[in-house]
Write a protein that binds this ligand. Structure first.
Ligand code: GLN
Length: 201
């Protein structure tokens, strides 16, 4: 069984845990560095990124998650979780984990588009479009050369990106009943588990 941690300090971690169970994985709520031991992957959910930042620091999770990522742990950030993973947050905000080579603008879709839904093509998930829910979503305004584009809006704005074992979506797959994105993340976690098991023998 694949074990996926879900940062559970604030935000919609329960919805991610539910989606993970539907996708066949075992979720684990993460509130302390010891909870990271033996994980195959980690999800940073939607929520409020400044709250994440404060609580992750308070619980000693910031350096522990950075170390785990450097050690190859697959990490997927949705919305506020994406902000936490970005190397650059526009404005006067320091990076939180600073792991993925992207720059994000918080709440950049503006008032009218504060929250919206769109059916988008995500070729990595198959031919059927994915119903993407955006809630006060961050906008990816720059992506480095090693960042792979998985999906974008019709105007070209990237909304799902990957860099090695790091995955970011500015929308919320955990709020739909479509588990394809969670299953996609589980393939990264599975690869990591296979590598770790091979190293252990
Ligand atoms: N706007 C939030 C932030 O800046 C993110 C919103 C979300 O996660 N749905 O942290």
């Amino acid at each position: 069984m694949i074990t996926i941690g879900v940062l559970a300090v604030q935000g919609d971690f329960a919805e991610h845990a539910h989606a993970l169970r539907l996708a066949g994985a075992s979720p684990r709520e993460i509130r302390s560095p010891v909870h990271l031991d033996g994980l195959d992957g980690l999800i940073l959910p939607g929520g409020e990124s400044t709250t994440f930042s404060r609580l992750m620091r308070l619980y000693g999770l910031t350096p522990a998650i950075i170390a785990a990522a450097k050690n190859g742990l697959p990490i997927w950030g949705t919305c506020a979780g994406l902000i936490a993973l970005a190397q650059e947050i526009t404005g006067d905000n320091p990076p939180i984990l600073g792991l993925m080579d992207i720059a994000v603008d918080r709440n950049a879709y503006g008032r009218q588009l504060d929250s919206f839904e769109a059916d988008i093509a995500i070729p990595a998930l198959g031919v059927l479009p994915f119903h993407a829910i955006f809630i006060r979503a961050p906008k990816i305004v720059r992506a480095g050369r090693s960042v792979e584009l998985l999906a974008s809006l019709p105007d070209g704005t990237p909304v799902a990106v990957r860099q090695g074992a790091l995955l970011c979506t500015s929308f919320h797959p955990e709020l739909t009943s479509d588990t394809r994105f969670h299953r996609y993340f589980l393939t990264l976690a599975q690869e990591r588990q296979t590598r770790r098991n091979a190293a252990a023998v």
